[in-house]
Design a protein around this ligand. Structure first.
Ligand SMILES: Cc1ncc(COP(=O)(O)O)c(C=O)c1O
Length: 388
């Protein structure tokens, strides 16, 4: 057996409160093995190892369309969804096919660091709009839209993570979703909704996605957070003419649909109703982890530190006082074997994140979360004394 490297920066002796990866113990379940075995034991198992249909494995497309329509009272058709190799490929394709270098794209402040990187790869100009605990603020977004329009640079896209946002953990409330949908119509930009955490809800209800609220939406989902990221499988739903354009792009025509072999396994897994059960299990698991992290932060952090309490997803956003630099905390934590992200990379203007840390509770085990947060608390206290 070839050796396999552990996730980025992680060794046996580190505690990762940095990775937005699923708990490794949830990945290779007996149910997933059953689905794999069923595909291998099917009458023509080699078929899913051929190039696949451009739009993706039909059974999985139908399953996802039915799930979206059932859960969100929407009415999309099967020609409105394409399988992709994870949300990452969808963001990359959207940036490549629907923007030109120099175009304006709006993102949240803060936003997902790797998505910013993908957009920069395509030479677009990023502008950011602030958010609070109810998500992106429509009034500020409109001010930015007016400014860009007046400057002759109306934005092509708004990239948003409306549910259990990475990095803050916040969710966008329904009223604001409606207001932003109206802005999209008025100012003629597409909403790119990266909704990979939608199913990982712990409490309350999730408002309908932009897909339901606005015809100007490209909505991205993924199996990475609720099944396994190594499958490299997700989907993109939107207007049929957008999906049609993607279907005829060079990379799809050349390589065919996304990961036919894993898509066949996942289709099998879904039709056996294993995914629904697994999502339910993950909701309980990560809710418990969130609570462990909240309790540890309460116990170990000094009073002048604040943090968010997500009602789903993987992330907690910590705000440090002005006299403590997040990068110092990150470095000292690293020296003590604890990995965290400092806030700079999540902003178009990195100085905005100098006093923020992003913590995750998805990858580390409960005891590691407690130890990791205790060590962070000690570092922060020491730095605060030093900074006085
Ligand atoms: C908001 C967001 N989008 C996309 C991804 C990556 O998704 P995928 O594995 O489907 O490419 C992540 C992973 O951290 C994420 O947080």
């Amino acid at each position: 057996m070839q050796s396999y490297q552990m996730a980025q920066g992680v060794t046996d002796n580190t505690i990762s409160l940095m990775l937005g990866h699923p708990d490794p113990t949830t990945l290779l379940t007996p149910e997933l093995q059953t689905a794999i075995n069923r595909v291998l034991a099917s009458p023509k198992p080699y078929q899913s190892l051929q190039y696949g249909a451009e739009q993706g494995t039909p059974g999985l497309i139908d399953y996802l369309v039915a799930k979206i329509n059932r859960e969100q009272a929407s009415s999309i058709n099967s020609d409105q969804l394409i399988l992709v190799a994870g949300s990452t490929q969808a963001v990359d394709m959207i940036a490549r096919l629907f923007t030109e270098p120099g175009d304006a794209v709006i993102v949240e402040a803060p936003s997902y660091v790797d998505a910013l990187h993908v957009f920069y790869d395509h030479g677009v100009e990023l502008y950011s709009s602030p958010m609070d605990e109810n998500g992106l603020i429509p009034e500020d977004l409109e001010k930015l839209l007016k400014r860009l329009q007046a400057g002759g640079k109306p934005p092509r896209l708004l990239y948003t993570i409306p549910n259990f946002h990475n990095p803050t953990g916040f969710s966008l409330c329904l009223e604001r979703r409606n207001e932003i949908a109206q802005l999209a119509e008025r100012y003629k930009f597409m909403i790119v909704e990266d909704d990979v955490y939608r199913d990982l809800i712990f409490e309350g209800t999730t408002p309908p996605s932009f897909l339901t609220l606005s015809g100007e939406t490209m909505s991205i989902g993924s199996f990475s957070k609720t099944l396994a990221p190594g499958l490299r499988l997700g989907w993109l739903a939107g207007p049929s003419e957008i999906i049609e354009r993607i279907l005829h792009c060079g990379t799809i025509e050349m390589g065919g649909g996304a990961n036919p072999f894993t898509a066949q396994i996942v289709a099998e897994y879904c039709y056996l109703q294993y995914w629904e059960q697994h999502i339910h299990y993950l909701q309980q698991l990560y809710c418990g982890r969130r609570d462990i992290m909240m309790a540890a932060l309460d116990q170990y952090m000094p009073r002048n530190i604040t943090w968010t309490r997500p009602s789903g997803g993987f992330f907690v956003w910590v705000t440090l006082p002005e006299n403590i630099q997040a990068r110092d905390v990150k470095q000292q934590a690293f020296e003590r074997g604890v990995l965290v992200s400092s806030g700079e990379g999540f902003f178009v203007n990195p100085t905005q994140g100098e006093h923020n840390l992003r913590l995750t509770y998805s990858f580390a085990q409960p005891e590691e979360i407690k130890v990791g947060v205790r060590i962070l608390g000690e570092i922060v206290r020491k730095l605060a004394n030093f900074a006085r």
